[in-house]
Design a protein around this ligand. Structure first.
Ligand code: 13P
Length: 279
């Protein structure tokens, strides 16, 4: 992860993190990354991990799928919004390449202390760590947060005292659908980038304009997370197919167009993040 993220940070593009919600996501996302020759991050939220079959299961399946599909581009497995130190340790033990510890709901000193515990364990296993300051608004996999803009002082404290590799400063983005126009604080983003000079992570990128994504990349975002946009494309296609073909019951037939919809959406996202042909 480190090598690929630092490369993206230096060359000013972002590696998309696409959240996985089942086998067809893995297939659609890998197919898009290979076709676009883009490095790719497959994310699983901690909240969704039992739905997905557990850390060990998902790490195993992804490894096998990469091989079976002859994928040549870098594929990174990341734990999104790790809810506990123990959960992050379990993901690391299962073979995840990167973990996020989300202590954003905690007072900053506690966030720093628990993130540092994850960093200590991760470093021994050569695993990358992402931390969060402020709070990304909205809801994802049943986890809801009120939006809170990250303070520059808290960003500094988390980076300097915990030893994280990447920082997700919440600066106005939300998970799920935006209600009204997104309002990212680009001035603060610019200051954080200038002061800390480490790769940043943008959560809640579904629904942001191409201009906002490009601007965020120019201010140091080297990893950008998408989930909702892909799920919307998948569910719309699946719903339309079932309405238009009420007599079809073959799972392969029903699933094919919605897997293609995942692939198409991820290809668009890769181009938006400028990571195509960077593998
Ligand atoms: P979206 O809900 O905007 O796709 O955000 C995904 C995300 O940030 C995953 O952590």
């Amino acid at each position: 992860m480190k090598k690929y993220i630092l490369e993206a940070f230096k060359k000013r593009y972002a590696i998309p993190q696409i959240n996985i919600n089942g086998l067809v996501w893995i297939e659609g996302v890998l197919a898009a990354a290979e076709e676009q020759q883009s490095p790719i991050i497959l994310g699983t939220t901690d909240k969704n991990i039992s739905f997905l079959g557990g850390y060990d299961f998902i790490a195993y399946v992804i490894k096998k799928k990469v091989k079976a599909m002859n994928i040549s581009v870098p594929v990174i497995l990341h734990l999104d919004h790790g809810l506990s130190v123990e959960g992050c340790h379990k993901a690391i033990d299962a073979g995840y390449d990167s973990v996020m510890y989300d202590g954003s709901k905690l007072p900053i000193d506690e966030n720093v202390e628990l993130t540092r515990q994850v960093v200590n364990y991760a470093q021994r296993n050569k695993v990358y760590v992402e931390g969060e300051v402020g709070a990304v608004g909205g809801t994802e996999d049943g986890l809801t947060n009120d939006l809170k803009y990250a303070s520059i002082e808290d960003c500094k404290q988390l980076v300097y005292e915990s030893g994280i590799d990447t920082l997700a400063p919440a600066l106005g983005s939300v998970h799920g659908e935006y209600k009204g126009e997104p309002d990212l604080d680009f001035d603060r983003m610019k200051q954080i980038n200038k002061m800390l000079n480490i790769p940043l992570v943008l959560h809640g990128a579904s629904g942001l304009s191409d201009e906002d994504v490009t601007k965020a990349i120019s201010y140091g975002h080297a990893k950008i997370n998408f989930n909702t946009e892909i799920n919307m494309a998948w569910s719309r296609t699946l719903r339309d197919y079932l309405i238009d073909n009420p007599l079809v019951y073959s799972p392969q037939e029903i699933i094919k167009p919605s897997t293609q919809a995942i692939k198409n959406k991820v290809s668009e996202i890769i181009k938006k993040c400028n990571s195509n042909n960077q593998a």
